[in-house]
Design a protein around this ligand. Structure first.
Ligand code: SF4
Length: 239
């Protein structure tokens, strides 16, 4: 059975061939809008985040300085105007993120693209913002800031464990680092290439988890990774 390092290129290629390129959800958004969109997608879901973002835009709240100073109830009402009803708890991280940007970066998202600020440093900063943990930080880095990171979802975890590429006791960071390190190796250290590869991989893994590698049981027949199964079939990896 190939090691994860040996198989990484084949996994990426098989998923890209089967599931295609990821949808460009956040293309065309300004960087701050994209960061808020990523958080809204996590809070409101894939079908409702766009309406929520439109509500914030219509209320003039897609500006860090404005979002940082308004009351949560105003944010909630703006979202509800065009989108879902979200709780104050779900919306508070948006304001915390805006405040962090204003207080530490003069409200300028472009400061986060500065290559002198490493992805690891930025990850720690984002994850330390109230209401934004490591998983949100990884999603923000990859999808809004185009940095090489990865939000390890349950589908990715199942696939890696069932193929014997990840120990079932591995921590979130160990799983995330294994993926990011392999993408960096493949991309020959070009950060933007590694980020694009990881975004494509995330899309493929998500689809794989829905269509083949389900939580209850894997459906390996016809799966794009069937040829990379370990001897004897999948290993335990149920949620
Ligand atoms: S369904 Fe089977 S072949 Fe496909 S990823 Fe899961 S364990 Fe691998």
């Amino acid at each position: 059975m190939p090691t994860f390092q040996e198989a990484f290129g084949d996994v990426s290629a098989a998923l890209a061939q089967h599931f295609g390129r990821p949808p460009s959800h956040f293309e065309g958004l300004e960087p701050f809008e994209a960061m808020i969109a990523v958080l809204l997608e996590r809070k409101a879901g894939q079908t409702r985040w766009k309406a929520a973002l439109e509500g914030l835009g219509a209320a003039g709240l897609l500006v860090p300085e404005r979002l940082a100073e308004v009351e949560i109830i105003e944010i909630r009402d703006a979202v509800r105007e065009k989108g879902p009803i979200l709780s104050a708890k779900a919306l508070a991280p948006l304001r915390h993120l805006a405040r962090w940007l204003v207080e530490h970066h003069g409200g300028r998202v472009d400061s986060l693209f500065n290559p002198d600020r490493s992805t690891g440093w930025l990850r720690g900063e984002l994850a330390a913002i109230k209401g934004i943990g490591m998983t949100d930080a990884d999603a923000l880095l990859l999808f809004a800031l185009k940095r090489p990171s990865y939000r390890v979802d349950r589908a990715t975890y199942r696939v890696l464990v069932r193929h014997g590429w990840l120990d079932p006791t591995a921590t979130y960071d160990e799983a995330r680092d294994a993926l990011v390190d392999q993408a960096a190796d493949q991309a020959d250290t070009l950060e933007e290439d590694a980020a694009a590869d990881l975004a494509e991989l995330a899309h493929g893994m998500e689809q794989l988890g829905r269509q083949f590698c389900r939580a209850a049981a894997p459906h390996c027949d016809g799966c794009p990774l069937e040829g990379l199964l370990p001897e004897g079939g999948p290993r335990g990896g149920d949620d």
